[in-house]
Design a protein around this ligand. Structure first.
Ligand code: ATP
Ligand code: MG
Length: 754
């Protein structure tokens, strides 16, 4: 009798088996969503180990997230009935790169205990270099340079390899030079950034024959999941490592390539066949995840793309429910509709972790979070911060808190120099000392220090301006709706301008979040009530329970599946995003369409798409147009429910013959109306400022406590000005005739008896 089939093959279909059993030579598994690509790759890993074709340590397996790596490792363990020991090379490109780099750090000029910088560290470093070079950081922000350097690293380019003729957008062509300076500085610090975890290992493999041969020998088998989202640098790694043995298996789906903004190149799929002649190709066509209606809806949308390889998908699942397309009145109703549905189904026995809400942009989570907290529905935000924990939201809240509550020292510290206004650590430290000495809040101490010469003239001006602004905003607070106040405050403080200057996708996401914050404020009567709401929301972390509704971006949901998926905000300008519409090109729109395909195909049995007829944008209600992707859903697979007369049929009736509803919108600027509005309202530097003394609220300035260990005519020492003699005393303010620098006004807590 034939051997019983090994457990890892059980249940696999023919092409999947082929993918598992074709162990030698290059292999490309090209297949649509939910066809069991990841399942086949996992079985293949089990097969290689179970049949002793390789030791675990001789296999390199790349996943897109660390979580996916952990899951794959566990599943392989279950499939072969033993724990997978010594499998160090299973992880993301970055984690594998870090591991490789630690072993050979000295070859690229690092030590093996190098540190990996986070984005904040990276930006701080770049800012120093930008200043040292005398480049105007306001005009040429560090983030822009960071983005450029990252692109180069994703393409596998060291500073020396950048084509001198390459047009580069940073500081009139200073980018390459700054890149070189940055890399040198990183080496001196024994540090590297995220991009270096790809670039340095690539350099190693390219420059050092011994290292290359070591890994070519070691990795008998190489496997890559989500191959369509590899960037050039990663592709070059793979090509080098697989050059001798050629046992490389990549699985992917060109329709799910959604990271081109991070340098991913779908062309790597086409390159594969060219670089590995004789590569076998396996196509999986049976989908095991989704019902026919869900698949039909997803296929209908993706067919709108011209640049695709094309493939067939079928399923044996029962037809199930049609995809629901629900039109609602506005954002709050959207959140209510989803939460009510989830509550109802939960009461009927469905588990919270069966539900996912997948959004196009981070800002969309806010409405859901607020609603869920209000009604006590457990949720988790995956792959990002919860709305009120994001840095820009915390900054904005700090401004508002300081306006509402002048004694809020934490808020003061957070924003006194954000955006940068020339109040460095030294100045802030002085304010701290004075506040401690006088027993007053930082903001009050800051006002007191203005009357002295303790700060440099530049810092003093900046601080006076800051204090005057806070006072002015406090006056406004009693007259303006507080959401309006928030917008004014973000504009006048220069915060909006700071983000606009960055010109990155990330920064425009942050701007969207800030708009969303202002929108959220409109639901509260007073600023105080809103701030209290926020502190309650922030505190809502207590209940740790795995059974939660998942809220995440579509990008983060790649490779995952959920029984029920809700897809809110399918409106022009949200999804497809305004950014993609503004770019105007085909490729940006096609990437949005692939995102729509990824979104729908995350659902197993139920998929609900929502669109609101009205959104509040910059404080004004605007009516929104349903997403063109709704119009692309085949009618036979959807079921429309609309209380406001929107949806696919409306779309077809009104917009179908006008494929680009935004084509008449001011396109010349390259920005849509929202963006222009944001720029118009930004008015930093143009307003008149009241004198800080007048504007300052007397309630928080307080009588100074005179010191008894110093007196008129006494010789004293001051940190900044040296020795001098006290000429006048007015409370805690002294005038001193300094021996070196003449008469100055200082604060008594900064002097000691000589
Ligand atoms: P994506 O493109 O979204 O990453 P995928 O192609 O990697 O999808 P998997 O996640 O591997 O697909 O599989 C989708 C679902 O189908 C999973 O629940 C998996 O367990 C199931 N599945 C895969 N292959 C089979 C099979 N042969 N029989 C039954 N179920 C299967
Ligand atoms: Mg997968």
């Amino acid at each position: 009798a034939p051997d019983p089939e090994p457990p890892y093959l059980a249940g696999l279909n023919e092409p999947q088996r082929k993918a598992v059993l074709t162990t030698e030579g290059p292999l490309l598994v090209l297949a649509g969503a939910g066809t069991g690509k990841t399942a086949a790759l996992t079985a293949r890993l089990a097969h290689l180990i179970a049949t002793r074709r390789a030791w675990p340590s001789e296999i390199l397996a790349v996943t897109f997230t660390n979580k996916a790596a952990r899951e794959m490792k566990e599943r392989v363990g279950r499939l072969i009935g033993e724990a997978v020991e010594g499998m160090p090379w299973l992880g993301t490109f970055h984690s594998i790169g870090a591991k490789m780099l630690r072993r050979h750090a000295e070859l690229v000029g690092l030590q093996s205990n190098f540190t990996i910088l986070d984005t904040d560290d990276q930006l701080r470093l770049l800012k120093q270099l930008i200043q040292a070079e005398g480049i105007d950081e306001k005009r040429w922000p560090a983030r822009q340079l960071a983005g450029l350097i990252d692109q180069w690293k994703n393409r596998g380019l060291t500073p020396a390899e950048i084509d001198a003729g390459e047009a580069e957008p940073y500081a009139n062509g200073a980018g390459q030079k700054m890149y070189a300076a940055y890399q040198a500085r990183l080496l001196a610090l024994n540090a590297c950034d995220f991009g270096d975890l790809l670039l340095h290992p690539l350099t190693l493999l390219r420059k050092d024959r011994e290292v290359l041969e070591l890994y070519q020998r070691r990795f008998r088998y190489i496997m890559v999941d989500e191959y369509q989202d590899t960037n050039s640098s990663q592709y070059l790694w793979l090509r080098l490592l697989a050059q001798t043995r050629k046992n490389i298996c990549c699985v992917g789906d060109d329709d799910q390539s959604i990271y081109s903004w991070r340098g991913a190149e779908v062309a790597n799929i086409l390159r594969f066949e060219r670089d590995f002649p004789g590569a076998k190709i396996v196509r999986l066509e049976q989908n095991y995840r989704s019902t026919p209606h869900i698949l039909g809806a997803a296929s209908g949308v993706i067919e709108g793309n011209s640049q695709r390889l094309g493939k067939t998908l079928w399923t044996e699942m029962d037809a199930g429910e049609k995809v629901r397309v629900v039109g609602v009145w506005d954002g709050p109703e959207e959140a209510r509709t989803v939460s009510d549905t989830i509550e109802g189904l939960h009461r009927a026995g469905e588990a919270f972790d069966d539900f996912a809400i997948l959004v196009r942009a981070q800002f969309q989570t806010r409405e859901f979070e607020d609603r869920f907290i209000q009604i006590g529905l457990p949720y988790r935000i995956v792959g990002g911060f919860r709305f009120y924990e994001r840095a820009e939201i915390r900054d904005a809240l700090a401004y508002l808190r300081l306006v509402a509550q002048p004694a809020d020292d934490l808020a003061f510290e957070r924003i006194v120099n954000v955006p940068k206004r020339g109040l460095g650590d030294k100045a802030v430290e002085k304010i701290h000392r004075l506040a401690r000495a006088e027993g007053v809040p930082l903001l009050a101490a800051a006002a007191h220090i203005l009357d002295t010469d303790e700060l440099t003239p530049q810092a003093r001006r900046a601080l006076a301006n800051f204090i005057a602004n806070i006072a002015r905003w406090r006056d406004m607070a009693s007259q303006l709706p507080h959401a309006e106040l928030a917008r004014i405050l973000l504009d006048e403080s220069g915060y909006t301008a700071m983000l606009q200057a960055e010109r990155t996708a990330e920064a425009s996401g942050r701007l969207e979040n800030l708009n969303e914050l202002a929108r959220a404020m409109e639901d509260y009567e007073t600023l105080g009530a809103f701030l209290e709401h926020v502190s309650l929301v922030m505190d809502n972390d207590a209940a740790e329970d795995d059974r939660k509704v998942t809220i995440m971006t579509i990008h983060a949901a790649k490779g995952l599946e959920f029984n029920r998926v809700f897809l809110p905000g399918w409106e022009e300008g949200v999804f497809p995003s305004q950014r993609a519409l503004d770019e105007g090109g085909l490729s940006a729109l096609e990437e949005e369409r692939r995102l729509a395909y990824v979104a729908i195909t995350r659902a197993r049995h139920h998929c609900t798409i929502l669109h609101a007829a009205n959104r509040r944008i910059y404080g004004q209600w605007t009516s929104s147009i349903p997403s063109r992707f709704i119009g692309e859903l085949p009618e036979e697979h959807i079921e429309e429910e609309s209380n406001v007369g929107g949806g696919a049929s409306l779309w077809r009736a009104n917009w179908a013959d006008q494929p680009d509803p935004f084509r008449n919108v001011e396109r010349g600027s390259g920005r849509g109306p929202g963006w222009q509005r944001a720029q118009r309202t930004s008015g930093i530097g143009s307003m008149a400022v009241a004198s800080p003394k007048e504007a300052y609220s007397p309630a928080i300035s307080m009588a100074a406590r005179p010191r008894d260990d110093i007196g008129l005519g006494q010789r004293v020492f001051h940190q900044k000005f040296g020795y001098g003699t006290i000429a006048t005393i007015d409370g805690n303010k002294l005038e001193i005739d300094f021996e070196q620098s003449g008469r100055k006004r200082v604060i008594d807590s900064f002097v000691t008896p000589a």
